[in-house]
Write a protein that binds this ligand. Structure first.
Ligand code: SME
Length: 149
């Protein structure tokens, strides 16, 4: 399945069952893209990112203060962060020793961060422009969905 086809599949799944939008997105991303080893969504509550639905090994980081981790940095900078080698990034909070690279995409409406999509890969430098081009529109869909609550 191409990334474009996967985006359409996620869009349709969210339309079909808006109440399960976050779960559908993480499950489809993890199922269709094998190098996405861990896929999760954090939601911003006050000044903490709280782990919501995820696929992969349980993470010790279920609540991340905005000032910490690559997750905290992406929410603070309001921008996607790609890390090719997590072990070389002093911001990195380890979730699994197998993880080599990570992408964090903020879920934003206007200038407000509502949460983020966090994806880890066991392969180094797993994330590039194609992943960004898939995940930023998925984050926009989720932002619309969260605004409806
Ligand atoms: N690696 C993240 C923490 C979350 S775990 O990867 C699931 C970070 O550095 O913020």
């Amino acid at each position: 399945m191409t990334h474009d086809e996967l985006f359409i599949k996620i869009e349709r799944a969210i339309e079909r069952d808006p109440a399960r939008a976050l779960e559908e997105a993480v499950q489809l991303l993890a199922a269709e893209i094998p190098i996405y080893t861990w896929v999760g969504i954090y939601l911003l509550e006050g000044d903490e990112l709280v782990l919501g639905p995820f696929v992969g090994k349980p993470s010790p980081h279920t609540r991340i203060p905005l000032g910490r981790g690559i997750c905290g940095a992406a929410a603070t900078e309001k921008a996607t962060i790609v890390v090719d080698d997590v072990n070389a990034d002093p911001r990195y909070l380890a979730c699994s020793i197998e993880t080599k690279s990570e992408i964090v995409v903020p879920i934003m409406r206007g200038n407000d961060v509502h949460g983020e999509i966090d994806i880890d890969s066991d392969q180094p430098a797993a994330f590039g422009a194609r992943d960004r081009a898939l995940l930023e529109p998925v984050a926009a869909l989720l932002a619309e969905r969260l605004a409806e609550d």
